[in-house]
Ligand binder design. Structure first.
Ligand code: COA
Length: 384
C-alpha cells in the first residue's frame, strides 16, 4: 500500500522584519546576515499568536469536511508548547471542528518532532488504511533580542494530511535514524528563549547528515544518482548549505550542480520566513514543490532535532502534485505580509499576556487567535 503526504499547507504570521534592517540595528555588516547566515526576512508573530493558533491556521488551509470525518490521528510537533500538561492537539479539536474519535497528542524532540509525527502517522495509516492522519508542525523560534541567534528566529506552521494513495509525496518507507545525547541546543521550562551552542550545533548537524547518508547507502545499496534533490532541516539556510557542501568533490560535478540548484529552490520560503523549528524541513519541501519540483522525482529528506535525533528518509513526488497544493494562496500569503520596524518588533517582543488579558478581536489579523487568559487558562477563538 502506498502511504505518504496527501496534502500540505502552511501558515506564517502577517508581519516580518527585514534582515538588512536588523543587521544595521545591531551594527553588523548586512552581508553577514544575508550571505553568511542566508536570510532575507524574519516572520514576527503577534502576542495573540502561539503554537496552537498557528497550527489551527495551517491545518484549516487544507482540511475539508471529508478529511475531518476520515481522521483517526492528530499529532502536533512543537517545542514552543503553551502548556506543560495539555497538548496543543486538544485545543484544536473545537477550533477545527474535529470529530472526537481521534487519537491526539503533542510530540517534542526539538526540530525532529514533525518527522516523528509523520513516521508515526505512516505506521497508523498502514494499520488503518481507511483512516487519515493530520500531522502539524508549529513553532515560534526565539533566541532573544541582541543575541547571536536573533537572526535565526522565525515563526510558522506546516500541516500535512497522511493517507493511503497520497497525491503529493509517497514515502518509500526507506529510512535510517540515530540518537545521541548532545548539548547543542536546549530550552529549560523556565525560559521563553532557547540556549544554543551554535557552532557546535552546526558540527553535530553536519556529522549526523554524513553518518546517516553513509548508513542509508549501506542499508539500501543506494547511490546519489538515485536522487535528484536533497531537502534539509533549515533553521537558517546556511546550515543546509554546509551539509550539502560536504558532498562537493565526492559526487560527480553535474550531480552536485543539480542538487545545489534544487536546494536553492527549497530555501526560497525559508529565506523569507526564518526558522520554523520542527516545520523547517517541511517549509523547505513546500518551497521546492512550489518553485521547482517535477512529478516522479525521488527526494531524500534530512530531518534533525537538536539534543539530538536525526533521520534520513526518501519520498517520491506524485504526478499531479501541483494541482493539490494551493501555490497561489501560499505565494499571496508571503507577498501580502507587512514589514515591521526593528523598534516595533523589539517593543512587541516584550509583550507577554498575563492572566486576565482579553484580546480585542477588532485588533486581530489571524483567523484563529488567543482570545483570553482566564483563571490561567488560555482560551482561543476563530474570527467570525
Ligand atoms: N559577509 C559574508 N559572510 C560573513 C560576514 C560578512 N561580512 N561576516 C561573517 N560572515 C559569515 C561567517 O564567515 C560565517 O560563515 P560560516 O558559518 O560559513 O563560517 C557566518 O557568516 C556566521 O558568522 P559567525 O561569526 O559564525 O556568526 P555568529 O558567531 O554570530 O553565530 C550562529 C552564528 C548561526 C552560530 C548563531 O546565530 C547561532 O547560534 N544561531 C542558532 C543556531 C541554532 O539554532 N542551532 C540549532 C539549530 S538545529
Amino acid at each position: 500500500m502506498d502511504i505518504g503526504i496527501d496534502k500540505i499547507g502552511v501558515y506564517v504570521p502577517k508581519n516580518y522584519i527585514d534582515i538588512v534592517e536588523l543587521a544595521r540595528a545591531r551594527n553588523v555588516d548586512p552581508n553577514k546576515f544575508t550571505i553568511g547566515i542566508g536570510q532575507d526576512k524574519q516572520a514576527v508573530p503577534q502576542p495573540y499568536e502561539d503554537a496552537v493558533t498557528m497550527a489551527a491556521n495551517s491545518a484549516d488551509s487544507i482540511l475539508t469536511a471529508e478529511d475531518k470525518q476520515a481522521l483517526g490521528l492528530l499529532i502536533v510537533g512543537t517545542e514552543s508548547s503553551i502548556d506543560e500538561s495539555k497538548s496543543s492537539a486538544a485545543f484544536l479539536m473545537d477550533l477545527l471542528d474535529l470529530p472526537e474519535d481521534i487519537r491526539s497528542f503533542e510530540i517534542k524532540q526539538a526540530c525532529y518532532g514533525a518527522t516523528a509525527g509523520l513516521q508515526t502517522a505512516v505506521d497508523f495509516v498502514s494499520q488503518n488504511p481507511d483512516k487519515k492522519a493530520l500531522v502539524i508542525a508549529s513553532d515560534i523560534a526565539r533566541y532573544g533580542i541582541k543575541t547571536p541567534g536573533e537572526v535565526t528566529q522565525g515563526a510558522g506552521s506546516v500541516a500535512m494530511i497522511v493517507s493511503q494513495n497520497p497525491r503529493v509525496l509517497k514515502l518509500t518507507r526507506k529510512s535510517v535514524y540515530m540518537t545521541r545525547n548532545v548539548g547543542d541546543f536546549w530550552r529549560p521550562t523556565f525560559s521563553k528563549t532557547a540556549f544554543a551552542r551554535g557552532k557546535f550545533s552546526n558540527e553535530v548537524y553536519v556529522d549526523f547528515f554524513n553518518t546517516l547518508w553513509k548508513k542509508y547507502q549501506e542499508k539500501y545499496s543506494a547511490t546519489i544518482d538515485d536522487f535528484s534533490t536533497l531537502l534539509f532541516h533549515i533553521p537558517y539556510t546556511k546550515m543546509g548549505t554546509k551539509a550539502l557542501r560536504t558532498l562537493e568533490g565526492k559526487i560527480p560535478d553535474t550531480k552536485y550542480a543539480e542538487l545545489t540548484e534544487h536546494y536553492q529552490a527549497s530555501i526560497k520560503f525559508s529565506r523569507e520566513v526564518g526558522n520554523l523549528y520542527t516545520g523547517s524541513l517541511y517549509l523547505g519541501l513546500l518551497s521546492y514543490l512550489t518553485n521547482a519540483a517535477q512529478s516522479n522525482e525521488e527526494l531524500l529528506l534530512f530531518s534533525y532535532g537538536s539534543g539530538a535525533v536525526g533521520e534520513l528518509y526518501s519520498g517520491e513526488i506524485q504526478a499531479g502534485f501541483d494541482t493539490i497544493i494551493d501555490q497561489n494562496s501560499i505565494l499571496k500569503m508571503l507577498d501580502n505580509r507587512q514589514k515591521m520596524s526593528i523598534a516595533d518588533y523589539e517593543k512587541m517582543y516584550q509583550i507577554e499576556y498575563q492572566n486576565g488579558t482579553i484580546v480585542d478581536p477588532q485588533a486581530v489579523n489571524s483567523k484563529f487567535y488567543l482570545s483570553e487568559i482566564k483563571e490561567n487558562e488560555r482560551l482561543y477563538k476563530k474570527l467570525k
